[in-house]
Design a binder for this molecule. Structure first.
Ligand SMILES: *Cc1c(COP(=O)(O)O)cnc(C)c1O
Length: 401
């Protein structure tokens, strides 16, 4: 068989299972009202939880950053690509997370995916040899954490979702000299929170690191938007915090915040940090503006509005058949069950100008295909009312009397 035919066979097999994925093309900035493939849509699918992706002050700072620093960084951080904008952002992020860490420092990465690979490979290499470090990974962790654990080449032990007792039994039984527990703080397909206080206590008892991936919490959770550690009021030298900056912060990239020794280890040893060109400094400059909004009165007001919308959606949905797991966050799943029904419902919403993604296995467990509604502070109460009414009506139509 020739090479291209081999590829096509694989693609045809995916298509036969109804698993082909396609991209829609947005023609306007990320916002609730977007033009997508030439059509105006009301979108409930971005992770722009605070509505900062197209915020005038953030966009203006990006322009200003380009004027100050140009378009590209030109090299990796350790060669010559580390700019003043990156340094200022790292200082600001370290100060922001400082209440929850000991001798906090922060390191900016191009993406959260790379920050997770870097953190797990660098900590995983602390064992005396490759079998001497063990990563304890929560069952519903994000793909980037799963890949980071694989790349770390030590042992990996998966513990059941939210099950601190099972984790603790694994920690107790493990002879590894370096133990690393890693978890999402907010689970990306269910919107629920990891039991971080109990996880941290278990880690402290067993001398383990706790790596918290707060992709969906940074900027949103906590009184000041510091994220999951603020929400749960945690502080520990065992904590390694990963915040991403392309979601609530509205721009792109990510950071790791931890004790300065951990950050120095990443700078010295983490290949996903060392062997890549530094992100454009203008992004870091824009992120300083975004961080100022998150920390200030406006951030507080945006978080309060988002909470109102989350409560409104809960109170206006009247679903009989589709399951709604309790989610206190902006991620609001509606579990429909069958793949084809989830796809059909998403298509019907789309016909009405509502953009809500359907999520199928293998991203979620078989039989739990769902709509993944995400809310943003940029939505209005009318937007949420329109979505709730459409969902109520669709479920009613599709339920046999
Ligand atoms: C989005 C996400 C990431 C990856 O972050 P990027 O900056 O988009 O690469 C990592 N972890 C979780 C839980 C995420 O949701």
């Amino acid at each position: 068989m020739d090479l291209i035919a081999h590829v096509q066979t694989r693609l045809d097999a995916l298509a036969a299972q109804g698993l082909t994925r396609r991209r829609r093309t947005a023609e306007t900035p990320c916002a609730p009202r977007q033009t997508v493939d030439g059509r105006p849509m009301l979108a409930f699918c971005s992770n722009d939880y605070l509505g900062l992706a197209a915020h005038p002050q953030v966009v203006q700072a990006l322009r200003e950053g380009a004027d100050l620093y140009g378009a590209g960084s030109g090299a990796s951080h350790l060669v010559s690509g580390h700019s003043r904008a990156h340094a200022l952002l790292e200082e600001a992020l370290a100060a922001f997370e400082a209440p929850h860490l000991v001798e906090a420092q922060a390191l900016y990465f191009c993406t959260g995916y790379m920050a997770n690979l870097a953190t797990l490979t660098a900590l995983g290499a602390l064992g005396a040899n490759s079998s001497d470090a063990m990563i304890f990974s929560e069952a519903l962790n994000h793909a980037s954490l799963i890949d980071g654990a694989r790349l770390a080449r030590g042992g990996v032990s998966v513990y059941p979702h939210g099950d601190v007792a099972a984790l603790e039994a694994q920690l107790r039984a493990s002879p590894a000299s370096t133990k690393i527990v890693v978890t999402d703080s907010v689970f990306s397909m269910d919107g629920d929170l990891a039991p971080l206080p109990a996880l941290l206590r278990a880690c402290e008892r067993h001398g383990a690191w706790l790596v918290v991936d707060d992709a969906h919490g940074f900027g949103v959770l906590g009184e000041n938007g510091r994220g999951a550690l603020e929400h749960f009021d945690l502080r520990s030298p065992n904590l390694v915090y990963v915040g991403t900056l392309g979601k609530a912060a509205g721009v792109g990239g990510a950071f790791v915040a931890a004790h300065r020794s951990v950050i120095d280890l990443l700078v010295q040893r983490a290949r996903p940090y060392i062997y890549t060109t530094a992100a454009p400094p203008a992004l870091a400059h824009a992120l300083l503006a975004s961080l100022a909004i998150i920390q200030g009165e406006e951030g507080r007001a945006r978080r309060a509005h988002l909470s109102t919308l989350i409560a409104q959606l809960s109170s206006e949905l009247r679903l009989q058949r589709w399951q709604r797991p309790l989610s206190p966050t902006a991620i609001q799943p509606l579990i429909i069950g069958a793949n084809d029904e989830a796809m059909q419902v998403a298509a019907r919403l789309h016909e009405q100008g509502l953009w809500v993604p359907a999520i199928r296995p293998p991203t979620v467990a078989p039989g739990t295909a769902r709509l993944r509604v995400t809310l943003s502070a940029a939505h209005t109460r009318q937007d949420v009312a329109q979505l709730a009414a459409a969902l109520n009506q669709l479920e009613l139509e599709r339920t046999p009397a």
